[in-house]
Design a protein around this ligand. Structure first.
Ligand code: GLU
Length: 389
């Protein structure tokens, strides 16, 4: 089936749970599922990414969102997730829809095997006309594997299933060029380069974890994967179809270029990175020109502890991120190879391997609109070997 009518919809906690009494907002939820049922009749395939577990579960712990810490929220999510699914089950029965729960952590996004496995499961659900309802598995996450906000989680899901439409429903009608509370704030209908608006988006919702900033980051991930991201108010009739059919106000972050290969998308748009390499100015120039990977001779410094198969940031000596790539060596091995760039890998490491740190096929130059990461450690540039001494 064509992917054209595939849509990932993200609904935040503030829409699902009433902030005052921490109860479900049934009228909204009923309208949401009714709209999804209509879209499915029009042959759309919908994946719903739903928050709300922690917010609704806080009641069981007798706590309020303002005072709950991370562990309270994890326990609250354990209480709330079955309530969220039960609510969806009750309502979707009215529309004759089968639903499924998909709980993810960033591991399912970053580890290639788990990623493909999760993708296949979601594909199988869609093939069987079941509505997948995705959330982060908050109960088991630790700081290292936590996505933390469902905006970026949903963007990853939309990349994963190659949905050309990614709709984020929230409590505001879209993006403004400055915080909407400021006088003169102007609504932005269409965005090509989200980095222009990053400073204007620092405010955060009361119940959820994201805000406009994470929505912009999420939109950028979707854009880079060839999808259009829509941001709009949730509390309206037909909240999704009215956007897809362009019948009401929303911000549209347009897809950049053609959908990139799924490998390229997986490699470049990540939630966490294991480490980074800094390459010389000369090497950076050659890498940006394309067609080559990273060689031990190129490296000026290595940061972080990483393993073979991890994805690394590649920075130039000015701290500008130029690309991302999958490393053939651990950080310890990399340091050894950089220390003796002209020696045989076998002689240095004691086993036979290809000599390039990152193969050309596993290195991607970042496009013009890709949000860059800041170089993590502003320490003086030293050869990785010296840094390890
Ligand atoms: N996973 C969280 C929950 O279900 C929500 C995260 C977010 O607010 O984006 O409560």
């Amino acid at each position: 089936m064509s992917l054209e009518k595939r849509v990932v919809v993200k609904v935040g906690s503030g829409l699902i749970v009433n902030q005052q009494d921490l109860n479900f907002r049934y009228a909204f939820l009923h309208g949401l599922l009714s709209d999804i049922a209509d879209l499915r009749r029009e042959n759309y395939q919908v994946v719903l990414v739903s928050s709300g577990a922690a917010a609704i579960g806080l009641g069981a712990l007798g706590m309020r969102p303002e005072t709950a810490g991370v562990q309270d929220k994890q326990a609250a999510a354990a209480c709330g997730q079955p309530l969220v699914m039960n609510m969806y089950k009750q309502i979707s029965m009215e529309f004759g829809m089968n639903i499924a729960q998909v709980l993810l952590t960033s591991e399912e996004m970053e580890n290639r095997r788990r990623y493909l496995n999760t993708k296949n499961t979601i594909e199988k659900l869609l093939e069987n006309n079941i509505l997948p309802i995705v959330n982060e598995n908050d109960t088991v996450t630790t700081e290292e594997i936590r996505v933390g906000d469902n905006d970026r989680l949903a963007a990853k899901v939309s990349q994963m299933v190659r949905a050309p439409n990614f709709v984020m429903l929230t409590d505001i009608d879209g993006l403004y060029d400055r915080p909407p509370s400021e006088p003169g704030a102007v609504f932005v209908d269409e965005v090509e380069d989200v980095s222009v608006y990053l400073d204007a988006t620092k405010s955060k919702g009361a119940l959820g974890s994201g805000g406009m900033l994470t929505k912009m980051q999420a939109a950028n991930m979707a854009q880079n994967a060839g999808a259009t991201a829509f941001i709009a108010k949730g509390i309206v009739e037909r909240p999704i179809s009215s956007i897809l059919k362009n019948e009401r106000r929303h911000t549209r972050c347009i897809a950049i270029g053609d959908p990139e290969s799924s490998w390229r998308v997986w490699l470049t748009d990540r939630l966490q990175m294991a480490g980074s390499l800094v390459v010389s100015a000369e090497a950076a120039e050659k890498l940006v020109a394309g067609g080559r990977g990273v060689d031990a001779m190129d490296v000026v410094a290595s940061h972080g502890e990483y393993s073979k198969g991890d994805v690394l940031h590649i920075y130039d000596e000015d701290g500008v991120e130029i690309g991302r790539g999958l490393t053939n060596f651990s950080s310890k091995e990399t340091v050894l190879l950089v220390r003796c760039p002209e020696d045989e890998v076998t002689a240095v490491l004691g086993y036979h391997s290809k000599s390039d740190l990152i193969a050309a096929d596993n290195f991607v130059v970042l496009g013009k609109h890709h949000l860059l990461w800041d170089q993590p450690t502003p320490e003086p540039m030293e050869r990785a070997a010296q840094a390890a001494d």
